[in-house]
Design a protein around this ligand. Structure first.
Ligand code: AMP
Length: 222
């Protein structure tokens, strides 16, 4: 299998970077299965908190609906909690977890306290206009949260029969804001990693799911 997760006592942390709609979630699921480590998504944790109406959800909701970032201290709390779970003992795929330089610094500090860690950063590259089109075709199942492309809002989830809806932050104004935020606040994280001795691998995110998956797996066979 290409690049299995690290051996005893060593963690593999894969940071997925890239704009909204670049395919981080889908590719992250497949990579998690291939490497045998969990995928952690702060977006999923926050959406569940909003649905459940918890204190975290109430704090995050307005930021998310506007397409803005949730404050760093909130994200660092979620990140540390997720990494301390037994399921993450051999590492994790971090999907959208690191979106600002302070978050990258906070993650590095947290990881330095966890023993031997190999960090790899995958950067999904894709043009904004392709993303806007992709996101406009995206729906998600209200019940099981599976994302789909090209299935109409209101239709039934092929997996569980739940209702497919559009995410509030996939509406055009929020998408434009999320892209703006990505370029201003998340793109500098790539340079931060490259200048801190972390392996950064660009992934061409244009193509079918399996074409992109093959590129991702190739990054682990080197
Ligand atoms: P995602 O599903 O990863 O696109 O995340 C959805 C929304 O959750 C983002 O637009 C942000 O409002 C919030 N969010 C998720 N992860 C982070 C993060 N690492 N830093 C700040 N905000 C985040």
């Amino acid at each position: 299998m290409p690049g299995a997760a690290a051996g005893d006592g060593e963690r593999t942390i894969v940071v997925l970077l890239g704009p909204p709609g670049a395919g981080k979630g889908t590719q992250g699921e497949q990579l998690a299965a291939a490497l045998g480590i969990p995928k952690i998504s702060t977006g999923d944790v926050l959406r569940a908190a909003v649905r459940d109406g918890t204190a975290l959800g109430r704090e995050a909701k307005a930021f998310m609906e506007r397409g803005d970032l949730v404050p760093d201290p909130v994200i660092l709390g979620i990140m540390k909690d997720a990494l301390s779970q037994p399921s993450a003992a051999r590492g994790a795929i971090l999907d959208g977890v690191v979106r600002t330089v302070p978050q990258a610094e906070g993650l590095q500090t947290a990881l330095s306290q966890l023993g031997r860690v190999t960090t790899v950063v995958l950067v999904f590259a894709i043009d904004d206009d392709v993303l806007v089109r992709r996101i406009s075709e995206r729906t998600v199942c209200e019940a099981c949260q599976t994302p789909y492309t090209g299935h109409m809002p209101g239709s039934a989830c092929p997996k569980c029969g739940g209702r497919l809806v559009r995410r509030a932050d996939d509406e055009p104004d929020a998408v434009r804001q999320r892209l703006k935020v990505y370029h201003a606040q998340t793109a500098p994280v790539i340079t931060w990693y490259a200048t801190h001795g972390v392996r950064v691998v660009p992934i061409d995110a244009v193509g079918t799911r399996s074409e992109v998956q093959a590129r991702v797996l190739r990054a682990f066979s080197r």
